[in-house]
Design a protein around this ligand. Sequence first.
Ligand SMILES: [Zn+2]
Length: 171
Amino acid sequence: MQTLLRGGRVINPAEGFDGAADVLVTDGKISAVGPGLDTPPDATVIDVTGLIIGPGFVDLHSHVHSIAGHRLQAMDGVTTALDLEAGLMPIERAYAEAAAAGRPLHFGFSASWGGARAQCLPASPPDARMSPASRCSATRAGSAPPPRANWPPGSPCWRPNSPAARWGSAS
Ligand SMILES: [Zn+2]
């Protein structure tokens, strides 16, 4: 099975190429790139004039942790989604759960420093999802916090005049 992408702008940083070209895909792999490629007899031709053809994008600042969200990113050309800002904790559980659930993209996340700090606080074990600490950052930045009902019991979110404002305190 062959597909010819006709008339796109090909960007290939690995080869330093950025220009108009056709791309022939044979059995799911790129078999030819160049201007004015001949059309194989049984190829499907797709006019991609005005579109960019390139390697997948690596999103270094993704907070998407769902299959549906990754599918949406794929429609934007993302092939790798990395949450390197907030991260997750415990990291080994987060990777195990993501792998078990399956993901349509390459994925990765850093260990959450906020989650690690929350481990020191009572009744707030990290759950390998977006951490309570990351939700706290919105509160500290002055924007509206999520409804209290959505916080896990014992959430250590910082709020003025609350016991939890004393980080590290068990009382
Ligand atoms: Zn972010």
